[in-house]
Design a protein around this ligand. Structure first.
Ligand code: ATP
Ligand code: MG
Length: 265
């Protein structure tokens, strides 16, 4: 397994945000995580990526390493990258330099050294820049490379966040609602990019997504959280037919027709 959690737990005061979650993800899979608002999806990412410290008794393993109590930079060095639900970009930095920053979080010299040229690494930088430009073309942002991130549209910023997360060639990429706020055309575009990414870079992905179409069309398996607990797991079609999921996720019982409509968003 590339990622494994055992009895993963995190309480905030009396609230069990993640409650004894066992999770296993083999390499080369695209996994979806769904669940109602506040069900613990982002907390799960924050625990796995080292942003939050899990409660005692929890265990997290990534690529054969015990990462239960490792900080984010350590987890990143091992090859785990993630995006945040709220976009985090260097607004005043150019598009290409934002992508380069994603590369440099995973290589052993600082980005600031690189941009200020304090180290004699320009040849190396040039190759990296070419590679990063290729990545920008891949997500359709090559023409915007020299603009500031703040000059991009909302959808373009989402693509930039994605490009930056891939820049360090992670073994596992975790995306927190990558399609939020995108128009239907851009959602389709994003889904194509995700599928191509998997083919080209052999990435393993975990996608948290409210737009069920994205999850249903892109993921081979889906994990469902409700009140911090894993309530179901299976292929998209298994999940669609799971009564617990229908009740928890959609908040009420639905007949088949309503369900089909809701899941075909
Ligand atoms: N740092 C924190 N401090 C206190 N409570 C928190 C913290 N982070 C998350 N929580 C709580 O944990 C629960 C799960 O939150 P989380 O953000 O993981 O939900 P989510 O499934 O990602 O929801 P959404 O779909 O709205 O993004 C919520 O009740 C939330 O208020
Ligand atoms: Mg969330």
């Amino acid at each position: 397994m590339l990622l494994k959690t055992n009895k993963l737990m995190k309480a905030f005061g009396g609230l069990k945000a993640i409650n004894k979650v066992d999770f296993e993800l083999p390499a080369n899979e695209i996994r979806g995580i769904i669940g109602p608002n506040g069900s613990g999806k982002s907390t799960f990412f924050n625990l796995v990526s080292g942003v939050y410290e899990p409660d005692p008794g929890s265990y997290i393993e990534f690529d054969g390493n015990d990462i239960t109590n490792e900080p984010p930079h350590k987890v990143g060095e091992l090859g785990l990258a993630r995006t945040f639900q709220l976009l985090r970009l260097y607004q005043d930095m150019s598009v290409i330099n934002n992508v380069m920053s994603g590369y440099h979080t995973l290589v052993p010299y600082s980005f600031i050294d690189a941009v200020t040229g304090r180290k004699k690494i320009w040849d190396q930088e040039k190759t990296i820049k070419e590679e990063m430009m290729e990545l920008l073309s891949f997500v359709g942002l090559a023409d915007y490379a020299e603009l500031n991130a703040s000059e991009l549209s909302g959808g373009q910023r989402r693509l930039l966040v994605l490009a930056r997360a891939i820049a360090g060639k992670p073994k596992l990429l975790m995306l927190d609602e990558p399609a939020a706020g995108l128009s239907p055309v851009n959602v389709d575009n994003l889904m194509k990019i995700l599928m191509r990414l998997k083919e080209k870079y052999g990435l393993t992905l975990i996608i948290i997504e409210h737009i069920l179409k994205v999850v249903m069309d892109t993921c081979s398996k889906v994990t469902v959280l409700d009140h911090g607990e894993k309530i179901a797991e299976g292929t998209p079609s298994q999940i669609k037919d799971d009564n617990a999921v229908i009740e928890a996720y959609l908040g009420k019982k639905m007949d088949d027709e309503e369900m089909r409509k809701a899941l075909a968003v």
